[in-house]
Design a binder for this molecule. Structure first.
Ligand code: EPZ
Length: 416
């Protein structure tokens, strides 16, 4: 099991190129199931989750070709309408094959995703929405069995805002008979990126980027070419890193118009930024200032940045409070940060952090994707050496993070 060895105290200086967004790439790859035509996707990040998704899609008979960051899909020869437990258990986003398979082929057998470290993460809204579109769904032996000769448009309001729930129902609705209205739809930029691809494939969608999507079903979708949007969470993660270590970095290939909530908080921390169309120059001198926040759905402060900002707060000049409202157990990084000398107390879904002058390196363990990233940040700011174990969590969502950070001065080595 790979580990990372980090010697802290190094400032970061240099350029970092941001990769395509994991949470846009995963649903967009599933859109390949919706058409017999060619999907040519560029800026697809090299991530473990993308590899898993391509494996899952290939076993349905979807033709998959990957060259560098370009992936070409063709769904003319799909013959297996299922997603097996062996693959789904390693990646919850596998649930995103359910809507497309059902919409195009009238049936699907998809393993129920298990829970994960950050919460139970049920898929009841996905199922209720597909039933509203006319699907007959039974759950047996850990599998979702769905069938429907032809989905029929409906008006659906999910009980909470769900990103992949919105994406599953949106993809299904593109081939349903008639009009579908999705109320309480997620507005994350990754949902918008998927919607823009579906429109390029011939789907009829109004309200893109809002909480109310109106879809007129069409008989079939054709192929298209599409560049996956830049990963706003990767970009903000590196900005938190330089806020914690000090330095001067230039991020390239970013989308700066979809990061307002994180950028506002980074300015409060004391990061000086020059924000261009697709670059961010970030300079940090002196001790970070503490920032308090509550996570909420887009365009609010993203839950996927909560752990990384907490890492900066651990060494800030003062106290801060972080409230997590999306997931019920997304503070797994707190105990590990306290091993590094942080002073964090949890009370329900709020963590209170008292900034300390210095963290001190120690062996720690990654528990989930964004927690891993937050431990890398804390370790780079700590005195001495930190070993982070179980960093397969990190590799699921970050494209060679240690390579990108070493290139700008971090002392970080992967131990096989
Ligand atoms: C997506 O997960 C992202 N993953 C997550 O990113 C992200 O943290 C999350 O959205 C919130 O922004 C992908 O896009 C692949 P939700 P998703 O459905 O869709 C509850 C990362 O680090 N809920 O928006 O699974 C759920 O339990 C990952 O990149 C139900 O109760 O999240 C949660 O409390 C982690 N029933 C809340 O809604 C449902 O049917 C929001 O979940 C669906 C969701």
């Amino acid at each position: 099991m790979d580990k990372l060895q980090i010697v802290g105290g190094k400032r970061l200086d240099g350029d970092i190129t941001i990769s395509g967004a994991k949470n846009a790439a995963l649903p967009i790859l599933c859109a390949g199931l919706l058409t017999a035509g060619d999907l040519v996707l560029t800026n697809v990040p090299h991530l473990h989750d993308v590899k898993t998704m391509l494996k899952l899609l290939a076993q349905t008979g979807l033709a998959v070709k990957q060259e560098g960051e370009t992936v070409t899909l063709n769904g003319a020869a799909i013959d297996t309408l299922e997603a097996p437990y062996e693959l789904v258990k390693t990646m919850r986003a596998s649930i995103l094959v359910l809507g497309p398979l059902l919409a195009r082929f009238g049936q699907a057998k998809v393993s129920l995703p298990g829970g994960c470290a950050i919460g139970s993460r049920p898929v009841d809204q996905h199922i209720k929405g597909l039933e509203a579109l006319g699907a007959e769904i039974t759950i047996e032996g850990g599998y979702i069995y769905a069938k429907c000769a032809k989905l029929k448009g409906a008006s659906i309001r999910t009980e909470m805002i769900t990103v992949t729930g919105t994406e599953n129902l949106l993809m299904a609705a593109t081939l349903a008979d008639g009009e579908t209205i999705l109320e309480n739809a997620a507005q994350e930029p990754e949902v918008t990126d998927l919607a823009n691809l579906l429109v390029a494939m011939g789907a009829k969608i109004d309200g893109i980027g809002t909480g109310r999507l109106v879809i007129q079903g069409v008989a079939a979708l054709h192929g298209a070419s599409h560049a996956v949007i830049s990963d706003r969470i990767e970009a903000a993660t590196f900005l938190c890193a330089v806020a914690a270590t000090g330095g001067d970095i230039l991020l390239r290939n970013t989308r700066t118009d979809i990061m307002d909530a994180a950028l506002d908080k980074l300015r409060d921390i004391g990061l000086v930024m020059e924000v261009g169309a697709d670059t961010i120059r970030a300079t940090m001198n002196g001790r970070p200032r503490p920032v308090s926040f509550s996570t909420t759905e887009y365009p609010g402060f993203p839950t996927d940045m909560q752990a990384q900002f907490m890492a900066v707060n651990t060494i800030a000049g003062g106290a801060s409070r972080v409230t997590e409202t999306i997931f019920e157990n997304r503070f797994m990084h707190v105990q590990e940060m306290n091993r590094l000398g942080a002073a964090i107390r949890i009370d329900g879904n709020t963590a209170s952090i008292s900034g300390v002058a210095r963290l001190r390196g120690a062996p720690v363990m990654a528990t989930d994707l964004r927690a891993s990233a937050s431990l890398v940040i804390a370790a780079m700011a700590a005195d001495g050496t930190t070993i982070i174990d179980r960093i397969y969590h990190l590799d699921r969502g970050y494209d060679r993070m240690e390579v990108k950070l070493s290139a700008v001065g971090a002392d970080i080595v992967r131990l096989q």
